[in-house]
Write a new protein. Structure first.
Length: 224
């Protein structure tokens, strides 16, 4: 599975990233115009805070904003810090974050699923200081924190913060790998990782940490 960071309207670059892979999940902030996107259930995206909530594209994973796709538990949404500069219904939507009622439904679904793999647009509250963000975060950050405290997955991959960042949480042999993907950055998680292997045997990445494969136009794998 290829997971891809924020696109922000650079659809041509995004299409080049999915052209040669069978399946992908884009982590939100695809943009506002989806007319050039393929209608394929194999290449889906999560809605972020810079997406068009007046359009429901077939490639949106779980239009309600959460659910399981190809073994990944997906959660949409984030708070726009620049919403004062935007126009509601044009480039900002008030439902960019899940409502309190929807958050309760997400918690119920996550508690039942207890997933090993999570992909979201934003991240749990506890990661914010490492990203240089003060305060308690948004309702979305607090929701994601509540999910992590209920159940700790093997991997949690997110976007929104426009940086490549890795952080580990938990104890030795039983930890969660949190990975933030920069704009148009991507990581390929091998299908072999989906088997029921213990966390202590987890293969973190197939990429050599000393040979990052950088490429032009910011189209690049996660650098480790």
């Amino acid at each position: 599975m290829r997971l891809i960071g924020d696109v922000h309207g650079r659809i041509g670059d995004y299409l080049s990233l999915i052209r040669d892979v069978p399946r992908s999940i884009q982590l939100g902030d695809m943009g506002l115009d989806y007319s050039a996107l393929p209608n394929s259930p194999s290449h889906v995206f999560i809605m972020g805070n810079h997406d068009n909530y007046s359009v429901v594209h077939p490639c949106v994973a779980h239009s309600q904003g959460w659910g399981i796709h190809e073994g990944w538990f997906l959660i949409r949404g984030a708070e726009s810090t620049d919403k004062a500069l935007r126009v509601e219904g044009i480039d900002w939507w008030a439902d960019e974050q899940l409502s309190d009622r929807e958050c309760d439904l997400v918690i119920d679904a996550y508690t039942k699923a207890r997933p090993d793999y999570v992909a979201s647009h934003d991240c749990p509250q506890m990661l914010l200081p490492k990203l240089g963000i003060d305060g308690k975060g948004s309702r979305t950050n607090q929701l994601l924190q509540a999910l992590y405290e209920i159940h700790q997955p093997i991997r949690w991959i997110y976007g929104h913060h426009h940086c490549n960042h890795v952080q580990y949480a938990g104890g030795v042999g039983d930890y969660t790998i949190f990975q933030c993907l920069d704009e148009l950055a991507y990581i390929d998680v091998p299908d072999t990782e989906y088997s029921n292997i213990p966390k202590k045997a987890l293969i973190i990445s197939r990429y050599n940490p000393y040979l990052p494969q950088w490429s032009i136009l910011r189209r690049r794998p996660f650098p480790f």
